[in-house]
Design a protein around this ligand. Structure first.
Ligand SMILES: NC(=O)c1ccc[n+]([C@@H]2O[C@H](COP(=O)([O-])OP(=O)(O)OC[C@H]3O[C@@H](n4cnc5c(N)ncnc54)[C@H](O)[C@@H]3O)[C@@H](O)[C@H]2O)c1
Length: 243
């Protein structure tokens, strides 16, 4: 990843933070997008400590104009984006299908689906011009199995998985590799230890996945090493039980 420019959304905590720190270690230049200024500032301090080259943007991915502005600024600073990790999402929304307000549906669709559309549209032209790009969309097992009490979230992640597969087919010949990853249960994003896991009965492995394990998979798919895992949704879930 040396000298590759990677834009990561929802970068401030959890999986996004682990990806940012790992890509920095591998020599990538980072464009870190998050709407939470405070946690993003904490990540800035961590990255300064390892001499990473980066810029940050406090930006809501569901704001198309703001996203375009960030990509323009990043292109001026770094010359374009080679890697896009669409990781920002809202997922802690629970309730039976009929209890969800239309505002909830629109909000989650705006962030979890349209946010990805805006970021992807903003980086694609330059990737196509260069003939190189890697896009990893962070979906969820909810988008594969459909989680009860999480129908809105499940719908958005199902859309993201299908969108990733369709886009992959359209751009692979242009040197752009698109995949989705679907985490199962991951440790809480408040936890700064990237190796942290805890017990769960939701998968046969009997534990949650760590941020580091998720970042390892995302970084491989986003790297130059990977040119042949294309258009896949890779579940990283310790062999999820369908519950
Ligand atoms: N944690 C899990 O158990 C789990 C399981 C499956 C999938 N996922 C997926 O992994 C991804 C990361 O989840 P996490 O739990 O590591 O982090 P998280 O959900 O705790 O944090 C996500 C980050 O995204 C930011 N964000 C949210 N909405 C945004 C917006 N509109 N614009 C910009 N930034 C925004 C938040 O400020 C936060 O820093 C998400 O896509 C999530 O759906 C997580």
């Amino acid at each position: 990843m040396k000298n590759k420019v990677a834009m990561i959304t929802g970068a401030a905590v959890g999986i996004g933070r682990a990806v940012a720190l790992q890509m920095a270690e591998k020599g990538a230049k980072l464009v870190l997008v998050d709407m939470n200024q405070e946690t993003l500032a904490n990540l800035e301090e961590e990255l300064k400590a390892v001499n990473a080259e980066f810029m940050t943007a406090v930006c809501d991915v569901s704001d198309e104009q703001a996203v375009n502005g960030v990509v323009q600024a990043a292109t001026e600073k770094f010359g374009g984006i080679d890697i896009l990790v669409n990781n920002a999402a809202i997922w802690r929304v629970r309730g039976l299908f009929w209890e969800n307000s239309m505002d909830t549906w629109r909000k989650l669709l705006d962030v979890n689906v349209m946010g990805v559309v805006y970021c992807t549209n903003a980086v694609l032209p330059k990737m196509m011009e260069k003939g190189y790009g890697r896009i990893v969309n962070v979906a969820s097992v909810a988008g594969v199995y459909g989680n009860a009490n999480m129908s809105v979230y499940s719908a958005t992640k199902g859309a993201l998985i299908a969108m990733s597969k369709a886009l992959a087919k359209e751009v692979v010949e242009k040197g752009i590799v698109v995949n989705a990853v679907s985490p199962g249960m991951v440790s809480t994003s408040a936890e700064l230890d990237m190796e942290y896991t805890k017990e769960t009965n939701k998968c046969y492995a009997g534990r949650t996945g760590s941020d580091r394990e998720n970042a390892d998979l995302i970084c491989f798919l986003a790297s130059e090493k990977n040119g042949y895992v294309v258009g896949q949704n890779i579940q990283i879930d310790g062999c999820r039980k369908e519950i």
